[in-house]
Ligand binder design. Structure first.
Ligand code: TRP
Ligand code: ZN
Length: 497
């Protein structure tokens, strides 16, 4: 509850502008977390960011990053103090032009006290000057800043921003970005969106990127290194920018043979998911030792290991499907992760069918049959898996099985209308599993509470539908492993640490 400082009508409207309080009485500190039960301190309360302007300089040899972040926000309460999530060393903070006091608290809170308290609903500009060696910083005992022989990469989920820019670090607070990075001549800096300019001066080259549609903080990415950059255009006219480390060794050919198919795959996904939601697309493959891929907005991150067994278009499909399911429509809370991973995995199943390597039904039957009822797989509830199981294989595979169960229940016409309509209905916003169920019920005209409960929220193996039991019985033998299976599962490197 917030108290008014001035009784309504006590002052003429014209003098309300002068109603800046002399003290912070009635003004409260913003919460140190945005209110996500999985991660109580992620994000913050009291304000909403609309834009991040990051002007950075990075020295690969020493891993020194320095920068100025200019954050445009609006207060959502009468605010005496507020937090940003950040780990680097701050030298100065200004709020609306004036120097502000700051300190640190907890694992990753930068606590800022403006000289003048901030009334609810007003625009605020926060400037943070900082520097530091990201690889030396940790929170909860880990770091997600990955150094490479020629640079570094910020790409992780859910934590990635703390090591390179101060933020309201939760998908609920999406914003646009301008990221401008100076690196030594001969080195490149890759980020999201379109490359607005490059310029070189006194041995430093500055790359300026723009991500002009709302973007969650974990989907902001930065890669510094020696890259070979390729460009193209999708059939729909979306510019494609890909980047490959010059140091991919034997994985170089397979990486390019996969990621260079981005335009084709975006065109194919458009048929199922609707128009591509952003003004640029592509991926980058740095020379990291990590194993996973990540759906960083417009510029997907791929570990070289994803291509160690040869080309892999399935992982490209997965990460590009996230551009609609996860990036355009982002989760409201991390418990809603099924909307990201269940659908990105289902897109891989559709691609498998398209490639003649196993139909979605064959993949669903295989997942169902491969996990006996007493397998711990069925104890993970994709609709609310808990923070420790957020990226468990079950969120993906049982999650995609739930998508297939929905398709079986509503029929293909309604199912494909839901698949394509959802990103349009919630464009650039946030949504929950409950929102998805409501949308699916609206489009299909069918009550779906029992289906969602069975497939997403029960810690046990759902009974097969009568039709499926009969079909599997007719086949007499256990479902064979679809040809696409191993490649699809290889997307799950994150589960192997
Ligand atoms: N969202 C990623 C994907 O499925 C996987 C992922 C989960 C991940 N946790 C991560 C990637 C941590 C990098 C770091 O595409
Ligand atoms: Zn995914």
């Amino acid at each position: 509850m917030h108290r008014r400082l001035i009784a309504p009508g006590a002052l003429a409207a014209a003098s309300l502008l002068l109603a800046i309080p002399a003290s912070a009485a009635g003004f409260q500190p913003g919460a140190p977390g945005i209110g996500d039960p999985y991660y109580p301190y992620y994000g913050n309360g009291g304000y909403d960011v609309s834009h991040y302007d990051l002007r950075l300089k990075y020295q690969p040899q020493s891993d020194e990053l320095e920068g100025t972040a200019t954050i445009l926000a609006r207060t959502t309460q009468d605010l005496s103090r507020f937090d940003l999530d950040f780990l680097l060393d701050v030298s100065e903070v200004r709020v609306n032009g004036a120097k502000a006091a700051f300190t640190t608290s907890g694992q990753h809170e930068l606590v800022i006290t403006p000289a003048t308290p901030l009334p609810k609903g007003t625009p605020v500009t926060v400037v943070v000057r900082y520097s530091g060696v990201p690889s030396t910083k940790s929170a909860y005992g880990f770091t997600t800043w990955h150094r490479t022989p020629d640079g570094a990469v910020a790409a992780d989920e859910p934590e990635s921003a703390w090591w390179w820019f101060p933020s309201n670090d939760h998908p609920l607070d999406k914003a646009t970005y301008d990221v401008s990075v100076a690196v030594p001549d001969g080195t490149q800096a890759i980020s999201n969106g379109t490359l607005q300019s490059t310029s070189s001066k006194l041995g430093w080259t500055r790359y300026t990127w723009r991500s002009a549609k709302p973007q969650a903080t974990y989907l902001a990415t930065l890669a510094i290194g020696k890259f070979d950059i390729t460009t193209g255009t999708t059939s729909a006219g979306i510019p494609v920018i890909n980047a490959y480390s010059k140091d991919l060794g034997d994985n170089d050919g397979a990486a390019r043979a996969s990621v260079e198919r981005t335009g084709e795959i975006v065109d194919w996904l458009t048929g199922y998911l609707g128009p591509y939601p952003f003004d640029s697309v592509g991926g980058y493959v740095p020379n990291t030792t990590t194993g996973y891929a990540l759906e960083t907005q417009t510029r997907v991150y791929y570990s070289p290991k994803q291509f160690a067994s040869g080309s892999n278009t399935s992982v490209v499909v997965h990460e590009l499907a996230h551009q609609w399911y996860g990036d355009d429509v982002s989760l409201k809370g991390w418990k809603d992760i099924w909307i990201n991973e269940g659908f990105a995995r289902y897109a891989q199943w559709l691609w498998s069918e398209h490639e003649g390597e196993g139909t979605t039904q064959e993949l669903a039957d295989y997942v169902y049959a491969s996990h006996p009822a007493d397998d711990a797989f069925w104890t993970v509830k994709p609709g609310d898996p808990g923070p420790d199981n957020q990226f468990d294989t079950a969120v993906y595979d049982r999650g995609a099985l739930a998508v297939q169960a929905l398709r079986d229940a509503v029929g293909d016409d309604a199912f494909f209308a839901i698949l394509k309509g959802w990103p349009r209905d919630h464009a650039y916003g946030n949504a929950s599993v409950a929102d998805f169920q409501a949308y699916a019920e609206k489009v299909s005209g069918k009550p779906l509470a029992a289906l969602f409960d069975t497939w997403l929220f029960q810690p046990s193996k759902p009974a097969a539908s009568a039709a499926r039991t009969a079909a599997v019985a007719r086949a007499a033998t256990a479902p064979v492993q679809p040809r696409s299976w191993k490649q699809i599962e290889a997307t799950n490197f994150v589960h192997q640490g």
